[in-house]
Structure formats: C-alpha cells, structure tokens
Design a binder for this molecule. Structure first.
Ligand code: C2O
Ligand code: CU
Length: 507
C-alpha cells in the first residue's frame, strides 16, 4: 500500500472515531470531547484552589523491594523508604504537596492520593491520567491539597497495594489543632508470609477456593449470604452486608505495620483527648474496630467531618477512613485497639498506653466489639459540608456484577457516544449503584467527595462507600473537578479483574 493510501486510511479512522462521539448527550446530538488531564480546565481548577499564605511540603518516596520487620515477623516485600506503612505525610489544607516518587520496583508504578480533590493529571492512574513510572524512573507529583482530613496514598498499578506500598496523608486545618492524633493504618498481610499478591490474584482467577474463609468459594454461593437480608436492609448495619467483603484468608493482619503479638504502642496521658485516624489499607478485608475501655466518638469519615456520634464499635471497609475520638480514662491504664478481620480468622492490634499495665494478649476481644455498632444512617455531614439542595442534572445507574465462582467482578455504567458517564463541569450528578452480587463492595470515586443518601438526612460526605449485598446506594456529587476519574471497587482483586469504570468530564 502506498504511503498516501495509508494516511487516507488513518484519516478515515480518525473520522470514524470522531463521529462515534456524535451521539445524544442531553437534549440534542452534540460532540463529546473528553476533558483530558492536560486540559486547560484542569489547570484552571487548580488555580482556583490557591490560598494565600500557603506553603510547599516536599517529600521523596522511594518504592523498592526490601526486608521489613512486621512486629514479630520478618518479610520480603515492596515498600516505600523501607518501612510499612510508608512515611506519614502531613501538611495543612491549601498547601502544595511536592512528592517525588522513585520507582526501584521491577514493575511500572503510579501513585494515587486517595480521597484528595486534586488536579486530574496528578491522580496517578496509569494510562488515564499519566504514563506509569517505568522501573528506574522518577516522577514528581505536585498538587494543592484543598481539604483538611485523613487521606492516604497507594499505587494504582496491578495488585501492588497488597504489598507494603501505602502510607497516611494527613491534611490538617490551617489553624493549629491541639488534639493528639494517631493515624492507624490497618492491613491484611500475605506478602513474604504466604502467597505474593500476584499469586493470590492468579489463584482467584483460576477459581480455586482453597483459602476462601467466608463461604464465597465455588459452589457455595448463597447459603450464608442470604442472612444479610434483602436489598437495602443492610443500610442499618453500617452498610456492611455481614462478612461479605473478602475472600482471602490472610496469614496476618497488622496495624501500623505490626502483628498483634508485638503491637505498636502509643504513649498517651490519663484524661487526654486522642483522635485515631483509622485507615483501611487492606486489599480484601473489612475490619471491625473497638478500643477496650472506651467508647468511640466518630468525628469524620473519608476526610470530611460528621456530626459527632458515639458508638462502641464500627466497621471500616477497604479504602474508607474514620476519625474517632476518645478520652483516655483518668485512671490511665493500657487500652487495646482491636481490628477484627470481619468474617475471617485473625485481628490486628495497637495499644494506647497511659501508665503501667500488662500488654494485652494478641487475641484480646474487648466487650466493646459486641456493643453498639455504627450504622451508615448514624452519619450526618455538618451544615458546612452539606451539598446545596437540588435535583441532579444527570443520573447514572451503575450495576455491580459478577460472582466468586467465575471471579468475574465487573461494573457496568452507561455510556454515551463511547464515553462512560459523561458529565459537564458544574453539573450535579447522581449515581445509583446497585449491587447484583452476593458480596458487598466498597466503591470509591476519585477526585470528589460525594454525599450518600441514607434516608436520614443529611447523609455523610464520603469518597468510598460499601454497597451492601443485593442492595443499592445513591450518591450525589457536584462535578467541580474536571478530568477523567475512576470509579471502582476498593477490593483490589475485584478492581484488577474489572470492577472499575470512569466518570468522564466532557466539553
Ligand atoms: Cu484508593 Cu482508585 O483508589
Ligand atoms: Cu468488590
């Protein structure tokens, strides 16, 4: 074929691709052009986040194979700067984070800043917002962190998150905060103790149920799952459909990088007010959290404040965060913070120490674990963060599909002209997410914090919400952050086999 006919073919291909986008979006047929991460609208949104008097915090994070000590176990894994969790990043709202990520892994890497309403080109999704960082290469992420709250960072490539590659990203108020705060990162651990995450994924794909702890194995669908009731009723149980969020029996569960037989200890004062910033960095485990000897006052979730609510225990799904406060008893003592792997065998432990006292046993089970459990309907956003009343400009119905037997998790979302869930800047968007499966899925939207409709207004602002077994969740957000944004299950194995889609800003 001549050069000329080749370029003619190319021109035809371009025209076809272009015309495919000419479909109905809104009232009439119109062209849909994606707002790309490099678009001027993305830079303009970032410029609007500038506040005066802000500072720049610079960090370097080096991802590399390493040996780490997890309490009483030594493992080969991949981690940032040789520690699990990776270094804590802390800066004030309005400041700029300049994070240089050095990739010394044998695989490409990209870094996602979970929950931050950041500029799209820094969101760290390979082939969507950037080219992955090649082995040996370096990439510098520079972005403003607009909102105070508890966030975290992790790779967005393959199942790397299920290694040691994660850390806390704490954004403080610009005014000085006085409460003592302790980030607590919970994780399910296999790398170096059992299979590597890549081996876990391969086994799940092959359909072996050998390590299924909760009855999701082949030929065992239904049974135990039906106990979580018909659609919608799980809203009353912290959104959790019983024990239905994970399939992998992990050899260990850790809190701040330590196994429960050698837990992390934090010195606190009798009578002191302490805020625990709980982060579930696990890949396939929901945790049930309680502190022996204290109730917990939930003050924020997913980085956004809620009207304080006091409970004995709460469930935290993968990707979620809860900020809880407690007052250390005047009598001091040793308070175990326990995170039970929901529906699995094992738990993570950390210790708050206010004076002398025996270390708790690794398998301590405070009575608070069976006390009042936080429900999704208990969470109400503060007035300041309530989305302005209004009906959605656009509603998309999203379905979660798949089964354990096929390990074929998926998410189906409407498309228009080949564009998945197109939205325009300024619109109010409603997503109605229906779970057609027998597992609960923590669904996360990048770059935005939505408001969940729980039937008990005002619902909480969140970026990750557990959609119960055969249930639905309705959430609203304002399309105020142009770009291409992932919507996916935060069970990293589910995401990796396809439970991942996108909200696309278009012009
Ligand atoms: Cu924390 Cu796309 O994920
Ligand atoms: Cu899932």
């Amino acid at each position: 074929m001549s050069k000329r006919s080749l370029s003619l073919l190319a021109a035809v291909a371009v025209t076809l691709a272009g015309s495919a986008a000419w479909l109905t979006f809104g009232r009439s047929a119109e062209a849909l052009t994606l707002v790309q991460p490099t678009d001027a609208a993305v830079a303009a949104a970032e410029a609007a986040r500038q506040v005066s008097g802000s500072a720049v915090t610079s960090v370097t994070l080096t991802a590399a194979p390493t040996t780490v000590r997890l309490g009483n176990r030594t493992v080969q894994t991949w981690a940032f700067d040789g520690t699990v969790p990776g270094p804590e990043i802390r800066l004030a709202a309005g400041d700029t984070l300049k994070a240089t990520v050095v990739n010394k892994l044998p695989q490409p890497l990209s870094m996602h800043w979970h929950g931050i309403a950041l500029r799209n080109d820094m969101d760290g999704v390979p082939d969507v917002t950037q080219k992955a960082i090649a082995p040996g290469a370096t990439f510098t992420y520079t972005f403003i962190v607009p909102d105070a709250g508890t966030f975290w960072y992790h790779p967005h490539t393959g199942v790397q998150l299920d290694r040691g590659l994660y850390g806390a990203l704490v954004v403080t108020e610009r005014t000085t905060e006085t409460v003592r705060d302790i980030p607590v990162l919970l994780d399910d651990w296999t790398d170096g103790l059992g299979e590597t995450p890549d081996q876990v994924l391969a086994r799940l794909r092959a359909g072996s149920a050998s390590s299924s702890p909760s009855g999701h194995g082949m030929g065992d669908m239904g049974g135990t799952d039906m106990s979580s009731g018909p659609a919608g009723q799980d809203m009353g149980s912290n959104g959790a459909g019983g024990t239905d969020t994970g399939d992998v029996a992990y050899p260990a569960y850790i809190a701040n990088g330590r196994t429960p037989d050698a837990p992390a200890e934090y010195d606190v004062q009798p009578g002191q007010r302490v805020r625990l910033r709980l982060v579930n960095a696990g890949a396939d485990t929901t945790f049930r959290v309680a502190v022996g000897g204290s109730r917990l006052t939930v003050v924020a979730t997913d980085g956004f404040p809620v009207q304080p609510v006091t409970v004995d225990t709460l469930k935290i799904a993968m990707g979620e965060r809860y900020d809880v406060e407690l007052t250390v008893p005047r009598t001091g003592g040793v308070l175990p913070l326990v995170a039970v792997a929901d529906g699995k065998t094992g738990q993570a432990l950390a210790v708050l120490r206010a004076g002398r006292g025996e270390m708790p046993m690794a398998d301590v089970q405070p009575t608070e674990l069976t006390g009042r459990l936080l429900k999704l309907t208990d969470l109400h956003t503060t007035t300041a963060d309530d989305l302005p009343a209004g009906s959605p400009d656009r509603t998309y119905r999203v379905r979660l599909t798949g089964s354990m037997s096929g390990y074929d998790w998926g998410i189906s979302a409407p498309t228009s002209g080949g564009v998945t869930m197109p939205v325009r800047e300024g619109e109010r968007i409603r997503l109605m997410i229906t779970n057609m499966t027998m597992m609960a899925h923590p669904i996360h939207l990048h770059g935005h914090t939505f408001q969940v409709s729980t039937g008990s207004t005002p619902g909480p602002r969140k970026d990750t919400v557990l959609v119960p077994v055969m249930g639905s969740i309705t959430l609203d957000f304002v399309a105020n952050n142009p770009g291409q944004w992932m919507l996916h299950c935060h069970n990293i194995y589910h995401a990796e086999v396809g439970m991942m889609t996108k909200v696309s800003y278009v012009r």
